[in-house]
Write a protein that binds this ligand. Sequence first.
Ligand code: F3S
Length: 426
Amino acid sequence: MQLTKEQQEILGGSQGEVMAKVYKTLVMYGDAFGADKLVPITSKYNHLVTSFGLKMIGPVYELMNKLIEAGALSTQKFSMDPRPIDSKVPANFLQNLIFKKFMYSKQDFYEGQLEQLGLMDKDAFTCACYMDEVGNKPARGDILSWAESSAVVYANSVLGARCNRNSGIIDIMGSVAGVVPNFGLLTDEGRRADWIVKIETTKKPEAQLLGSAIGMKVMDAVPYIYGLDKWLGEELDDAACTYLKDFGAATASNGAVGLYHVDGLTPEAKDFGTSLINEGAEVYVIDDAELERVKASYPVMWKNPDAKPKLCFMGCPHMSLEQLKSWTDRVEAALAEAGNSKVQIPTVFTAAPAVLREFEKTDYAERLKRTGVITSYICPLMYMNNPLSAKMPVITSSNKLRTYTTAKYYTDDEILAAISGKGGNK
Ligand code: F3S
């Protein structure tokens, strides 16, 4: 890797031993992936993935202390992934004990460290940091040091920023150094497509199911997708961005996609079109039957596959304001049709604290409350990641949550039927 004179000096210790180690980490990371140089991060804010004060990650607290003591702070303020606990989310006595005393007992301490390192503000905890209400929305072409897979794929694909699928901790190293290794999705070459995906469904595909199908097929390659503009239009309006947020998160978690292009819609596809596709790209055709096949292939992890769901999580990744409003309408309509006034399964909609604040200012908030749906800033995965929660029959429309936990995937319509009591509980 070619380093500038200044970078070589920092590596040699000109800014202290701790900063030299931060640079060494980034150089080794870059070397492993064939990077040619370190390039400056250009976004106004950064975003870090390790948001949870898990008791067992002592080395992380030690690392943070070393950085803080050496004054090796983040070069930019940053947002964080969501908090792991929220007392608004239903949990029994034992679960609460596990969350507070055993799993996330270091949360307050860790948040104190994050504030010292450069946290944007106390409420900047969400995986959807790019929402207008949150304010960490990179510009096209910005170089980032993010690791949250759902945010990386959104930033690359919908915003046209440039970010690799980094890991937790590596994101902090980039944030402190203010530079990242130049390889993969940071380069023009790495942003070219090796897969052509043709959408030939008879109705608008479920975002999280389509993303899952594509992720499992192309894995970490870049797909160029035809036929989605038919369903989403040619403008990145709120509805299209919300769809792509959920779609992208599924491609990134069911596979390892870091960037996709949607013909006629996403910024690079609009500017460069099919010239982004590499010669010899493979083709994947998705029709109704293929989506059915993919959905039927999901393993059911519940002990009793026919159990009545005990909890429903929506909002992984966190919901947009547009989504909270449209789901309020949908829940009300489904309840009216089922002849019920409140949801029949405890249901939690998750969103960024700043988005929830805006939502509270609308009359939708009161209407949603009347249906019994709870809103929260939690990360559902952090709730599910323990043996007690894992035993619960939880349903979700998130294919990321399904992949990482025992939660069962339901399409949006199935969720509505289940929580309203319209379709019984399948
Ligand atoms: Fe966000 Fe947690 Fe899901 S970080 S994408 S809500 S797993």
